[in-house]
Design a protein around this ligand. Structure first.
Ligand SMILES: [Zn+2]
Length: 490
């Protein structure tokens, strides 16, 4: 059954591939090919496009991208949350020389640009001169083929920027046909202001804007999905192309410091509010904690009991110990938390919005199960169990819609002339197996995955083939030519 990625009914048929391209769709009985795959009984769909991925950390050490391909992902969009490889031209040269299993496109990250201009002196607004420097760097990334600008305004150093800095930068990408994607300034306390900021950027910079991993992550905004979507719809009616992506979990994964947007880490009253309104002590799990590695896997409630302290006091101390550790070791301390902050009812409503596509926000070595199970979990949990989406809709939100919302050409559909990124999977069994306890367990039901016409995953194993391409929005640069001829652009 072919699901073509447009969201309509599936149909029976054959697909003929020629090299990296879909050459024919229809009846091929009687024809023969160098290689034939019998997909009988399974679904055949476009490869999934992950519009918010962190899978490319340390990518040359895991070129097979098993975390991504084992859940059907064939294209990843990186440079998220304001952090990107820099300069992008250099990264793309390396990637052209040492390709990987999946296709990669990247945004240029605001935090990365800000860091290279402001360095350690970042806890302030940037001067106009500094903004101008960032603009030049951003322009160079756009010339190298970036999709647009990404921000992570809840993180250092972007959290110290003002609206004007971000807007000025967003305007730089417009002439390139670029876009704006954002981990918005707040997903909890200052949520509505953050939504207003991204809509304003879409309006003023006149570019498509996408809210990354959309969520309502504070108890007092739970149940407000309808109001949020009404705001988006009103903006769309006014010509602002606002969209969103979402991952299928009620708990997030980030640095512990993200809990304190005002950076008042010593404030126990603030910690009490956080543990009441944003996430409960038993719902914060330490993913890693280099200060005391044995705390990984434990909840804040458990650690507080172990140390015989009130949870709010414990939270403040855990952060203080990170700062101490960093001073002593003169480098960044590895730490992350997983925290439950979202309601299932909101997740479903946000996922069902016609302009929301699926993403993982996952990484290959991460502690959150989304790194291995996000896409398959949508099928197992939100299609089959919860019936929040039909299978056609879910596939559309992983393929055709994603390509459209992120500006990727010739991918995301089963269509002649499109690249042969294809997933063959069992719609009855496809589901995630990764959990917090075992975040790297492979999904069920993904049978065969092709990237640009080459099989990268079958029989639950990667094939160690690396057909992935660089996806650039700058039409003047053809990185696949760079691979073929081994010449590089300067
Ligand atoms: Zn993020």
């Amino acid at each position: 059954m072919i699901y073509d990625g447009k969201g309509g009914e599936p149909f029976k048929g054959d697909i003929g591939l020629n090299a990296d391209t879909i050459a024919f769709i229809g009846d091929l009985s009687g024809a023969s090919a160098k290689k034939e795959i019998d997909a009988k009984g399974n679904a055949v769909s476009p490869g999934f496009i992950d519009t918010h991925s962190h899978h490319a950390g340390n990518l040359f050490k895991h070129r097979d991208f098993i975390a991504a391909v084992s859940q059907g992902i064939t294209t990843i969009i990186i440079g998220q949350d304001g952090g990107s490889y820099f300069p992008l031209a250099k990264f793309y040269k390396e990637l052209a020389d040492t390709p990987v299993a999946v296709n990669i496109a990247s945004y240029s990250g605001h935090n990365t640009l800000r860091d290279s201009v402001l360095g350690k002196d970042f806890k302030r607004f940037a001067t106009q001169q500094e903004i101008d420097k960032m603009k030049i760097l951003l322009q160079q990334d756009m010339e190298a083929g970036a999709l647009g600008l990404s921000t992570g305004l809840e993180y250092d150093p972007g959290i110290y920027s003002n609206n004007d800095e971000v807007l000025q930068l967003a305007k730089v990408v417009a002439p390139f046909g670029g876009r704006y994607i954002s981990h918005i300034r707040s997903e909890d306390r200052y949520f509505w202001k953050a939504i207003d900021e991204i809509i304003t950027i879409g309006k003023e910079a006149k570019i498509p804007v996408q809210v990354s991993h959309i969520k309502l992550a504070m108890h007092n905004i739970w149940g407000k999905a309808d109001s949020l979507l009404a705001l988006f719809e009103a903006a769309r009616k006014n010509g602002i192309d606002v969209t969103a992506d979402i991952y299928p979990y009620a708990f997030w994964n980030s640095t512990i410091k993200v809990l304190f947007p005002d950076r008042n880490f010593n404030d126990e009253k603030e910690a009490e509010l956080i543990l009441k309104e944003i996430t409960l002590p038993q719902d914060i799990i330490l993913g890693s904690y280099e200060v005391k590695p044995e705390y990984a896997g434990k909840s804040l409630a458990e650690i507080a009991t172990l140390e015989n302290k009130a949870p709010a006091r414990m939270l403040v101390e855990l952060i203080a110990r990170i700062d101490e550790w960093e001073k002593k070791n003169d480098r960044e301390c590895q730490e992350n938390i997983m925290a439950t902050s979202m309601s299932e009812a909101d997740i479903k409503k946000l996922m069902q919005w016609p302009h929301t596509n699926i993403c993982s926000d996952g990484s290959s070595a991460g502690t959150h199960p989304r790194g291995y199970g996000a896409f398959t979990r949508v099928f197992g949990n939100y299609v089959r169990k919860e019936k929040a989406l039909s299978i056609e809709q879910a596939i559309y939100k992983m393929t055709g819609l994603s390509a459209q919302q992120i500006g990727v050409q010739k991918r995301g559909l089963i269509k002649t002339g499109y690249y042969a990124d294809i997933v063959i999977f069992n719609t009855e069994t496809v589901s995630d197996e990764a959990t917090v306890a075992e975040p790297h367990r492979l999904s069920e039901g993904i049978e065969t995955v092709l990237v640009n016409g080459t099989i990268v995953f079958e029989n639950k194993k990667t094939t160690e083939l690396y057909p992935g391409k660089i996806i650039s929005v700058n039409k003047k640069i053809n990185y696949s030519l760079c691979v073929a001829h081994h010449y590089y652009l300067h």
